[in-house]
Ligand binder design. Structure first.
Ligand code: URP
Ligand code: ZN
Ligand code: ZN
Length: 460
C-alpha cells in the first residue's frame, strides 16, 4: 500500500515547509515538493500541519498499583493515545521481587504484544538487585531496552535503597544504558504522612502536603549526585516544580549527563485543584502532586531553554467512581495516578504554540523528536525523513474544541482538563503507513503495534 500526503505544512524539530510525503509500505520513501508519483491513496493536507507521530515515554497501562489496576489496558490506552496523535509509548515493566529481568520483560511482552494499537517499548523498573542481576543489564540493553528505572518513593512497594541506586546506575551505565529516577525523599515523606494522619489530616489535599517540592528537590539532588559518582547518565521523570528542575540545571552546568522531563498536568494545573468538594480532589492525587501556581511558568521556561528535554504524561488512570472514591477519608489509600495520554500533543500545542509563542519546531521536538533521541529511537521515530517509520499526524492547527471525559477515548470516567477550551486537533493518524484514526474513528486493529527495539540514548 502506498500513500501520498499532499500540500501539508511539514514540521519536524528543524524543518518547516509546504510539501508532499510519499509513503511506500511502512516507511517514508520521499519528501519533496509537487511529487508526481502514483499512489494507492492520496490525502490532501492543505492548511494542515504534518508532523511526526507523538512519543509518550512515560505511561503505565494496566499497572497493578495501590490495591487496584490502572484502568486503561494496553488496548484502550494505546487507542486513546492514537486519537491524540501519539504513535509510540514507553511503558514501565516493573520487576516484582524474586523475578529476573528477563522474566519481567517476558511478562510485559505477553501483556502488551497482543493488545497494542501503536508501537511500544518499556523501561525496566528495577526493584531488587541480587548478584545474578548484574550480567542481565547488558542482556536487557541488547534486547533493545537501554533504559532502567528506579523509585526513591513508595517505601515497601517499589522504593529501593541507596546501595541499589548506586549499583543500578553503575551497571546500567556500564551496559551503555541510562537510569530514570522517580526522585523524592521517600523516607521523610513517609514520616510526614504519619504526622498528618496522627493529626487527623486525611483529605486529598494532605497527599500534596505530605510531599512538598523540597522533598522532590532533595530526591533529585541525591539521585544526581549518586549518578555523578557512578559516572552514569541519569534522567529524572515527572519533574513538577522549579526547585527540582533547578537541581538538574545545576548538575548539567557542572558537566554531568543529567536530564529530565515534566508532564502535561504540571504545566496547566496547580494545588488548588485539591480543594474541589465531594472528594473530587482525589482525581488529582498522583505523585509528585500538583504544586503552587508559581511553578508553572518556570517549567514552560525550562522547556524552552532546554533545562528539561521533553513532556510526557505519566498516564496512570484510575476511575473516580469505583476506584479513587472507594477510599474516602484516607488519602494514603487513593490510587496514585491520572489520565493524560490522549491530550498531550494538543495541550503542548495549545499551551506552547498558541498561548506562549513557542515555535512549531520546538513543539514537535518536545512531543516527539527529543524522546526519540533520548530513548534510542531516532531516526526510525521522531522525524519525517526518507527511511523513517511513517508514523505521521495530520494536525488541524485552527480547530477549537473542549477537552472532556464525555468525548475522550481513555478508559477513565474523568478528565484532568475537563472543560478546557483548546485550539488544535490531531485529525488523521498514521502508524507505520497505515491510517489508524480518521474522521474521529479508529481504523486499526489492536495488536498491530510492534515492539520498538531501541538503541543507544542520545545525550541532548
Ligand atoms: O502517581 C503516579 N505518578 N503514578 C504512577 C507511578 C509513578 O510514580 O510514576
Ligand atoms: Zn513516579
Ligand atoms: Zn510514572
Amino acid at each position: 500500500m502506498s500513500l501520498l500526503i499532499k500540500n501539508g505544512r511539514i514540521i519536524t524539530a528543524t524543518d518547516d515547509y509546504v510539501g508532499d510525503v510519499f509513503i511506500d509500505g511502512q516507511t517514508i520513501h520521499t519528501v519533496g515538493k509537487n511529487l508526481a508519483v502514483p499512489a494507492d491513496r492520496t490525502i490532501d493536507a492543505s492548511n494542515r500541519l504534518v508532523i511526526p507521530g507523538g512519543i509518550d515515554p512515560h505511561v503505565h497501562m494496566e499497572l497493578p498499583f495501590g490495591g487496584t489496576v490502572s484502568s486503561d489496558d494496553f488496548k484502550t490506552g494505546t487507542i486513546a493515545a492514537a486519537f491524540g496523535g501519539t504513535t509510540s509509548i514507553i511503558d514501565f515493566a516493573i520487576q516484582y521481587k524474586g523475578k529476573t529481568f528477563k522474566e519481567t520483560l517476558d511478562d510485559w511482552d505477553s501483556r502488551a504484544g497482543p493488545k497494542c494499537a501503536i508501537d511500544y517499548s518499556y523501561h525496566l523498573a528495577v526493584t531488587e538487585y541480587q548478584p545474578h542481576h548484574e550480567k542481565e543489564f547488558a542482556e536487557v540493553v541488547d534486547r533493545g531496552i537501554p533504559t532502567f528505572k528506579i523509585f526513591l518513593a513508595y517505601p515497601g512497594v517499589f522504593m529501593i535503597d541507596d546501595t541499589t541506586m548506586f549499583r543500578v546506575m553503575q551497571s546500567a551505565g556500564a551496559a551503555g544504558g541510562m537510569t530514570l529516577v522517580h526522585a523524592e525523599n521517600g523516607v521523610a515523606i513517609q514520616q510526614m504522612i504519619e504526622n498528618l494522619v496522627k493529626a487527623g489530616k486525611m483529605e486529598p489535599k494532605h497527599h500534596a502536603q505530605s510531599r512538598p517540592p523540597t522533598m522532590q528537590a532533595d530526591g533529585v539532588a541525591r539521585a544526581l549526585r549518586v549518578a555523578e559518582v557512578a559516572k552514569a547518565p541519569v534522567f529524572i521523570v515527572h519533574v513538577s516544580c522549579e526547585a527540582a528542575m533547578n537541581e538538574i540545571v545545576r548538575s548539567r552546568d557542572e558537566g554531568n549527563p543529567s536530564f529530565g522531563e515534566t508532564c502535561t498536568q504540571y504545566l496547566f494545573l496547580d494545588e488548588t485543584y485539591y480543594d474541589k468538594p465531594d472528594f473530587e480532589g482525589a482525581k488529582y492525587v498522583f505523585t509528585p502532586p500538583l504544586v503552587a501556581k508559581e511553578n508553572i511558568e518556570p517549567l514552560w521556561k525550562g522547556l524552552k531553554l532546554g533545562y528539561l528535554q521533553e513532556v510526557s504524561t505519566d498516564h496512570c488512570p484510575f476511575h473516580f467512581k469505583g476506584q479513587k472514591e472507594l477510599v474516602r477519608g484516607d488519602f494514603r489509600k487513593i490510587p496514585n495516578g491520572g489520565p493524560g495520554v490522549e491530550d498531550r500533543v494538543s495541550l503542548i500545542y495549545h499551551g506552547g504554540v498558541v498561548e506562549r509563542g513557542m515555535s512549531l519546531n520546538k513543539w514537535v521536538d518536545l512531543v516527539s523528536t527529543a524522546s526519540s533521541k533520548m530513548f534510542g529511537m531516532f531516526p526510525k521515530k521522531g522525524t519525517i525523513a526518507p527511511g523513517s517509520d511513517a508514523d505521521i499526524v495530520i494536525f488541524d492547527p485552527s480547530k477549537e474544541r473542549t477537552l472532556s471525559a464525555k468525548t475522550h477515548h481513555m478508559n477513565c470516567d474523568y478528565s484532568l482538563f475537563e472543560g478546557m477550551r483548546i485550539k488544535g486537533y490531531p485529525e488523521t493518524i498514521l502508524s507505520r503507513g497505515k491510517v489508524i484514526v480518521e474522521n474521529n474513528e479508529y481504523k486499526g486493529n489492536p495488536g498491530e503495534g510492534k515492539f520498538i527495539k531501541r538503541g543507544r540514548c542520545a545525550r541532548l
